[in-house]
Write a protein that binds this ligand. Structure first.
Ligand code: HH2
Length: 276
């Protein structure tokens, strides 16, 4: 079984390493040995694990075939594992997950929460830790007209039922992470409702992961700041997610996230005095 030990006193930081030509904020920047070096830098800056992705899931992105995705991610996964890094693979394809788990990856981060019918078997057979994320629709079209009756209730019901099915497949509860999928088939209001009510997910038995890093809802709230200028908004959202119970934060800017989460932890773990 592949367990990822999580720190007790602060959220774990999952560094984002996209080896894609088209990711929304770091597309075309990292591949091969440079990508491994980037992963090692993130580790030195305080990442607890590194999430390697070979297919962009930004709104409008076109899918890629499994062999192409494997060619992109596998050398990087192998290079990081050889250097002792805890590796997560950001994929929704069982074939890609299988190749990476065999090479030593510990986590399968699936933004479709096991839509590929073979994913359940691969993750259970290899004893992977899994991140199950909520997405309405698919990346190509998901931002066209996202609609919910009660976004918080619907996302929560979906994630809890997927998490239970992962335990039925044979995983330990501590191997199951859930993620509301900020920006995946959601308007600005949906994202804010989900973040404000994150406590409803966190009071479950499941580990909550949140990915807000440089996302477009932050741009919308900050005069259309481009992805590279969303750091302050990202840190604000990550800090609030931490206070509301997120145990894993998926981040591009590891050093900044580490500093912010360390300060937040110091305050959150201080018992308030009894008021006079
Ligand atoms: N967001 C992205 C990708 N994978 N996985 C989880 N669990 N949660 C997320 O919020 C999440 C995710 C999108 O961001 P990024 O990887 O930076 O971009 P792209 O999908 O364009 O590669």
């Amino acid at each position: 079984m592949k367990f990822v030990p999580l720190p007790e006193d602060r959220p774990a930081l999952m560094g984002i390493l996209n080896v894609t030509p088209d990711s929304f904020s770091d597309g075309g920047v990292w591949s091969g040995e440079r990508a491994v070096a980037r992963g090692m830098d993130m580790l030195a800056q305080g990442a607890d694990l590194v999430d390697v992705g070979g297919e962009s899931t930004r709104p409008g992105a076109e899918p890629v075939a499994a062999p192409t995705e494997i060619d992109r991610v596998l050398p990087v996964v192998k290079g990081l594992v050889a250097n002792g890094v805890v590796v997560s693979v950001d994929t929704s394809k069982a074939e890609v997950a299988e190749a990476c788990l065999k090479a030593g990856a510990s986590v399968v981060n699936d933004v479709t929460a096991w839509r590929d019918p073979d994913m359940r078997h691969v993750c259970a057979h290899r004893g992977a830790t899994v991140c199950l994320m909520h997405m309405q629709g698919e990346p190509r079209t998901m931002q066209a007209a996202p609609t919910y009756g009660d976004v918080v209730a619907e996302v929560k019901a979906f994630l809890f039922s997927r998490a239970e099915s992962a335990v039925e497949a044979g995983l330990e509860p501590s191997q199951v992470w859930i993620d509301p999928g900020i920006g995946f088939g959601k308007t600005l209001d949906h994202n804010l409702d989900l973040l404000a009510n994150l406590g409803e997910l966190a009071k479950s038995p499941w580990t909550v992961l949140v990915g807000v890093s440089r996302k477009s809802f932050i741009g919308k709230l900050t005069e259309d700041a481009p992805p590279g200028e969303r750091i302050e908004g990202t840190l604000a959202a990550q800090t609030l997610a931490q206070a509301l119970g997120a145990r894993v934060l998926r981040v591009h800017d590891v050093l900044a996230a580490k500093r912010a989460s360390t300060v937040a932890s110091a305050v959150l773990h201080r018992a308030p005095r009894n008021s006079p």
